[in-house]
Design a protein around this ligand. Structure first.
Ligand code: HEC
Length: 146
């Protein structure tokens, strides 16, 4: 009985370690370190205008019950989460009138545009089209020191 329990535990522990090792292969990054490209944000701006602006506003400032996607309150809501969390939230629940209708690449483009609008700098690599690939990409309210 103990032996069975022990091996089940060992299996559980090794599974957890394996998952940890896979995640650890992606070094932690931060959205202030240049995680999208200018071209991607430009595509995102067009997609945003068609899919999101009617509710969230042309300038991302929010309208009525649709919250702002730019500025202090937005960053406070999303600070401490990851670019993957935001990607997942958009892909699964937005546009509110057609959730799940956007492909991962379009969502990543729109997310790049949102980052640009929040003052985060562009870089060399585009945001990946998949939330799972950016779970280690932190969102912080400000550029980290150093
Ligand atoms: C039909 C109106 C509508 C459209 C179109 C729409 N949204 Fe929203 N969105 C809302 C409303 C209302 C909320 C708040 C209620 C909720 O979370 O469901 C919201 C919430 C959000 C949030 C969470 C904000 C926060 O700080 O909690 C994000 C992010 C978001 N929308 C992004 C988008 C993006 C990106 C698009 C375009 C792909 C989009 N939305 C299209 C109405 C809309």
């Amino acid at each position: 009985m103990m032996a069975v329990r022990g091996s089940t535990l060992a299996l559980a522990v090794s599974t957890v370690c394996l998952a940890g090792a896979v995640l650890a292969q992606q070094p932690a990054t931060n959205v202030w370190s240049g995680v999208y490209t200018k071209e991607q944000a430009a595509r995102g701006r067009e997609a945003y205008a068609m899919q999101c602006a009617a509710c969230h506003g042309e300038t991302l400032a929010g309208i009525d019950v649709a919250p702002a996607l730019v500025g202090g309150p937005f960053l406070n809501t999303w600070g401490g989460t990851s670019a993957g969390d935001l990607h997942e939230r958009i892909q699964q629940t937005m546009p509110l009138n057609a959730p799940g209708s956007l492909g991962g690449r379009t969502v990543a483009d729109i997310e790049a545009y949102i980052f640009e609008a929040n003052g985060m700098p562009a870089g060399e690599l585009a945001l990946p089209p998949n939330a799972a690939w950016m779970q280690n990409m932190r969102i912080t309210t400000q550029k980290p020191e150093g």
